[in-house]
Design a protein around this ligand. Sequence first.
Ligand code: MG
Ligand code: MG
Length: 265
Amino acid sequence: MIFLKTDDEIELLRQSNLLVGKTLAEIAKLIRPGVTTRQLDKVAEEFIRDHGAVPIFKGFPNPYGAPFPGAICTSVNDQVVHGIPNDVELQEGDIVSVDCGTYMNGFCGDSAYTFCVGEVAPEIRALLKTTKEALYLGIENAVHGKRLGDIGYAIQQHCEARSYGVVREFVGHGIGKEMHEDPQVPNYGKRGTGKMLKKGMCIAIEPMITQGDRQIVMENDKWTIRTRDRRWAAHFEHTVAVGVGKADILSSFEFIEQVLGDKAI
Ligand code: MG
Ligand code: MG
């Protein structure tokens, strides 16, 4: 069942999502060679709790194993999503997708950004740039009267035209009082197909794009998803409210990109 949100509910969602954007900006300040994802996780959890919110990923149940132990997901290089923060130091040239979720005032925030660690190879920067562009092309289609397939089509064709892979097994989602609500929001699809988008629908759009083949595997920790061919992957995510003529982006990369300056993708 899809819950349409009132304007007041959308403002609460915005508050939770802006906190995610600010948390990711705190992380952006710390990302450099030598830092561990566990250090990033600690900073994120403190920042979220200091702002009266809960890191909703922490303790998230897993049908295959233990609940998620971190406050954020940190997915490095060939890891696509759901990486667990650990004590491995990030190295010059790595990329790390940081996915962050909050719960505040009864509503969830969910957004992700893939960061460069120092100087990253041009072909990897190109992957990140295309993934971020694809996210915004998807968002352009999150308008009243279009269909879910229009979002997926826009993302898929932008990435596949550049010979990247579009992960099928994990998708975007409705979001509100729960982090994962209906509908599912695939990053692939056919124009003019799928559920009709309506004003007040709130969805997280999150392309997961691979440099090579789109096939993925789950690591033994039962959380981390990586590419089967071990080529690298990127992930960018915004929570948006479907609007008339234009989507309202409730999360924000502005805080992050103020920190990154001209190093932003
Ligand atoms: Mg997310
Ligand atoms: Mg999400």
